[in-house]
Design a protein around this ligand. Structure first.
Ligand code: OAD
Length: 249
């Protein structure tokens, strides 16, 4: 069993303002694919340049829409795991928690987290590619596997509907980005869970908090290199490590 250093546990449980920053790894134990894990990550099987850019959508909207609909269908069939639930419990218990996620799923919300800053958008909030008019899903997609599917048309301008996620080369939602960076500056503890820390600008968030003097705790099955006394790397799956923060308490 991984020992949680007492100072790390205390930093979380006594935080005045805790920031929780999550990536795909927090949903891995729910059965959601990560992006960069060797073999199982989505980007090991699919080319992001063919699926996750505005150019890709212009070139082949059915390929892109079908791929996201396949992912939406998978998400509709999974449940939050203990890591999502501990994060929601921390929100109940601490004076202030800001939850920032790079994930496009809704598992934090389904676990009970009330306010989630979705830096990379949400797969559940599609909009028109041309006029940005929101589109409402009706029911679940009937996908046998990842396969091309013509996107629906916008009820306002007849443009093609696109997934509500942030693609490579696109700006992050301004409000969420500003709130995330100001929370990182303000917090006294930041938990960074299940992210490879490779995608900018989100990847700077733990460093911004560390530079501002916060205790930064990484939770990941892979060891995360830490460079200062106020950073910890807790090695293991989030669904096992996070409940230990609240154990015997
Ligand atoms: P990655 O796939 O890059 O990284 C997932 C991380 O989760 C890795 O460091 C894994 O070691 C770790 N991991 C795997 N299983 C875990 C578990 N059970 N518990 C904890 N950690 C685990 O995913 P992100 O860092 O989220 O962008 O990727 C960032 C962005 O790149 C995504 O938001 C997406 C992608 O392209 C967009 O879609 C815009």
């Amino acid at each position: 069993m991984t020992d949680i250093p007492a100072a790390a546990r205390q930093a979380v449980l006594q935080a005045r303002h805790l920031v929780v920053f999550t990536g795909a790894g927090v949903s891995a134990e729910s059965g959601v694919h990560t992006f960069r894990d060797a073999l199982t990550g989505l980007w090991a099987r699919f080319d992001p340049m063919q699926l996750a850019t505005p150019e890709a959508f212009r070139r082949d909207p059915a390929l892109v829409w079908g791929w996201y609909e396949w992912r939406r269908q998978l998400l509709l069939g999974v449940e939050p795991n203990p890591a999502h639930r501990v994060i929601a419990a921390l929100e109940q218990r601490l004076p202030r928690v800001t939850l920032i996620t790079q994930n496009v799923d809704d598992l934090h919300e389904r676990a009970g987290s009330r306010k989630v800053l979705h830096l990379h958008g949400s797969i559940f909030t599609p909009r028109c590619f041309d006029c940005e008019h929101p589109y409402k899903f009706e029911g679940a997609p009937a996908m046998a596997a990842e396969q091309p599917l013509e996107p629906p048309r916008c009820s306002s301008c007849n443009g093609r509907v696109r997934p509500g996620v942030v693609w490579f080369g696109e700006a992050l939602p301004e409000g969420a980005l500003t709130a995330a960076f100001s929370a990182a500056e303000d917090c006294d503890c930041l938990l960074s869970i299940g992210t490879s820390g490779l995608v900018q600008p989100a990847a700077q968030i733990p460093e911004v908090a560390a530079q501002a003097g916060a205790t930064v705790i990484h939770v990941n099955p892979e060891a995360v290199a830490v460079h200062s006394a106020n950073q910890y790397s807790l090695q293991g799956p989030a669904g096992r490590i996070l409940p230990l923060l609240l154990a015997d308490d």
